[in-house]
Design a protein around this ligand. Sequence first.
Ligand SMILES: [Zn+2]
Length: 67
Amino acid sequence: MASDGTRSPLERLRAYYDHEERTCPACGYEDEEGVWESETNGRQVHYYHECPRCGAVRDHTLDVLAE
Ligand SMILES: [Zn+2]
Protein backbone atom coordinates (compact mmCIF):
# COMPACT_ATOMS: atom_id res chain seq x y z
CA MET A 1 0.00 0.00 0.00
CA ALA A 2 1.49 3.30 -1.04
CA SER A 3 1.02 6.14 1.36
CA ASP A 4 -0.61 9.27 0.07
CA GLY A 5 0.45 12.35 1.96
CA THR A 6 -1.92 14.62 0.08
CA ARG A 7 -5.09 13.15 1.52
CA SER A 8 -6.75 14.98 4.35
CA PRO A 9 -7.36 13.36 7.74
CA LEU A 10 -11.09 13.26 7.03
CA GLU A 11 -10.52 11.51 3.73
CA ARG A 12 -8.29 8.98 5.42
CA LEU A 13 -10.89 8.44 8.10
CA ARG A 14 -13.61 7.88 5.56
CA ALA A 15 -11.36 5.42 3.75
CA TYR A 16 -10.88 3.63 7.06
CA TYR A 17 -14.63 3.27 7.55
CA ASP A 18 -15.11 2.20 3.97
CA HIS A 19 -12.59 -0.59 4.37
CA GLU A 20 -12.75 -1.63 7.99
CA GLU A 21 -16.30 -1.19 9.24
CA ARG A 22 -18.57 -2.87 6.80
CA THR A 23 -19.44 -5.90 8.90
CA CYS A 24 -22.73 -5.39 10.72
CA PRO A 25 -22.34 -5.88 14.48
CA ALA A 26 -26.03 -6.74 14.78
CA CYS A 27 -26.32 -9.58 12.28
CA GLY A 28 -22.76 -10.16 11.06
CA TYR A 29 -23.53 -9.34 7.44
CA GLU A 30 -20.48 -8.17 5.53
CA ASP A 31 -21.59 -5.44 3.15
CA GLU A 32 -18.86 -5.72 0.55
CA GLU A 33 -20.53 -3.18 -1.70
CA GLY A 34 -21.32 -0.85 1.14
CA VAL A 35 -20.11 2.66 1.57
CA TRP A 36 -20.36 5.13 4.39
CA GLU A 37 -22.47 8.10 3.50
CA SER A 38 -21.20 11.39 4.82
CA GLU A 39 -22.66 14.82 5.31
CA THR A 40 -21.33 17.91 6.96
CA ASN A 41 -22.71 21.11 8.36
CA GLY A 42 -19.30 22.76 8.39
CA ARG A 43 -18.61 22.04 12.05
CA GLN A 44 -19.18 18.31 12.20
CA VAL A 45 -19.07 15.44 9.76
CA HIS A 46 -21.68 12.72 10.14
CA TYR A 47 -20.93 9.31 8.69
CA TYR A 48 -23.58 6.61 8.56
CA HIS A 49 -24.09 3.17 7.16
CA GLU A 50 -27.27 1.13 7.02
CA CYS A 51 -27.10 -2.66 6.93
CA PRO A 52 -28.93 -3.94 3.83
CA ARG A 53 -29.86 -7.15 5.63
CA CYS A 54 -31.25 -6.04 8.98
CA GLY A 55 -31.41 -2.27 8.64
CA ALA A 56 -29.17 -1.55 11.61
CA VAL A 57 -27.64 1.89 11.30
CA ARG A 58 -24.20 2.73 12.55
CA ASP A 59 -22.99 6.26 12.63
CA HIS A 60 -20.08 8.38 13.67
CA THR A 61 -20.11 12.09 14.24
CA LEU A 62 -16.78 13.84 14.09
CA ASP A 63 -15.94 17.37 15.03
CA VAL A 64 -14.19 19.36 12.35
CA LEU A 65 -11.37 21.18 14.06
CA ALA A 66 -10.88 24.58 12.53
CA GLU A 67 -7.39 25.98 12.32
ZN1 LIG B 1 -27.17 -6.23 9.93
